[in-house]
Design a protein around this ligand. Structure first.
Ligand code: PHB
Length: 390
């Protein structure tokens, strides 16, 4: 008799415990953030996590009556792992939104899961043009390589650079950078002497840079993914390329704010094109950089963090617009067409392409208050991804 009472009491307690849990789940909005937290792309994961947490700290963790739960998974930047984690997040955790995606192969591998489960997938980092075409549920808050590379194809020939060798990492974004820079540069009368590609995993830049030295172009155009820039810069300086009269021009992935200040004075004067610099002189950006550094032991936010921060905003605003009641399709619809002032400048989520439209800046590495920064000196307003203009 006593035992039965005990069992009854225990199961009642279990139900009582489960009740608020079930209730909480109904009022929870889950964001599954899949990022490379370890391995070659770990800086991207670290930056985006910090940005997402900052956004939540600044904007609260309750939106439209829902408690926001951020579930962070480390995909070690292996696409098979990204896909498996995304599947688990959808099936087991029942996330409302998938987000993150540090590299193109990870985003591509996950696209079918977003489509099948009708889950909005916010790409905060990966930047190959075609990613948004891989699923109608993808929305991008980072950038595309064609978007920033075309600007360099216009700037270089107007600034005394007539011959170039291109050096890119051999996968989606590198191929995009090479193609769109080259096309525009040649259209403007420039000559591409050689096009070199280095592998994504454990690249050794030395033999490639030796080839560039021998070819003696006016400049070397470089794209490598965030995290690899310091290694290229180091080799470039060590080999005395600059002294041999070869300038470096690049997308801003190379003079990454995460690493730039440690690259040394050899990086001074390097001109790049990109959508975000920690030195962007708007009041909103100054506040953002200050808050980010304060919350992260003085770590400087890079362009990856920017994609994460704005990605969180796009998710929050979609949740508000749907009053916390919407499923995947309603959320997706509310993400399309969002327009707002970001720390990077004015941005728009193009309703047709679901890709970001933004300003692209010309920047030069300069010293400010004893630190190296990408200092903006010109801007091309409201650039759409040229890869979509078919
Ligand atoms: C990508 O894999 O799409 C990617 C990664 C890092 C970058 C740019 C693009 O800096």
């Amino acid at each position: 008799m006593q035992r039965r009472h005990l069992i009854q009491a225990a199961s009642l307690a279990a139900i009582a415990l489960a009740m608020p849990l079930a209730h909480a789940q109904g009022n929870t909005f889950k964001i599954g953030l899949v990022l490379p937290m370890t391995g070659q792309q770990a800086t991207t994961g670290r930056q985006i996590e910090a940005a997402a947490r900052l956004y939540m700290a600044q904007n609260g963790d309750t939106v439209a009556g829902k408690k926001i739960e951020l579930i962070i998974k480390d995909d070690t930047s292996l696409p098979d792992v990204t896909k498996r984690l995304a599947q688990e997040l959808v099936v087991n955790d029942k996330v409302n939104v998938l987000a993150g995606f540090g590299i193109t192969p990870s985003a591509m591998a996950t696209a079918p899961i977003a489509t099948q489960s009708k889950t909005p997938m916010v790409v905060m980092a990966a930047a190959t043009s075609s990613i948004t075409e891989a699923s109608p549920y993808i929305v991008r808050t980072s950038f595309t390589l064609p978007q920033v590379s075309v600007a360099m194809g216009d700037w270089a020939p107007k600034n005394g650079i007539k011959s170039v060798v291109t050096l890119v990492t051999d996968y989606g974004p590198g191929n995009d950078a090479e193609k769109y820079f080259k096309e525009r540069f040649q259209l403007n009368g420039g000559k591409v002497v050689d096009s070199l590609r280095v592998p994504l995993r454990n690249p050794d830049f030395a033999p490639f840079l030796q080839k560039v030295r021998d070819a003696k172009p006016d400049a070397l155009f470089v794209f490598v993914p965030s995290g690899a820039g310091a290694a290229v810069m180091k080799q470039f300086i060590e080999r005395g390329m600059d002294k041999a009269g070869i300038k470096m021009i690049a997308t801003g992935d190379v003079t990454d704010d995460d690493q730039l200040n440690d690259m040394g004075d050899g990086a001074l004067g390097v001109v790049t094109t990109h959508h975000y610099s920690a030195a962007h002189p708007s009041a909103l950006n100054k506040k953002y950089v200050e808050a980010f550094q304060k919350a992260n032991k003085n770590m400087r936010p890079n362009f990856m963090a920017m994609g994460g921060y704005d990605g969180m905003r796009v998710i929050y605003e979609a949740l508000k617009a749907t009053k916390g009641q919407g499923g995947g399709d309603a959320l997706l619809a509310a993400m399309k067409g969002q327009i707002f002032e970001s720390p990077r400048g004015q941005v728009l989520i193009d309703a047709q392409t679901r890709d970001i439209v933004q300003d692209v800046y010309l920047r030069k590495v300069e010293k400010k208050d004893g630190q190296l920064y990408n200092v903006e000196f010109d801007v091309i307003k409201a650039v759409k991804d040229p890869g979509k203009a078919k």
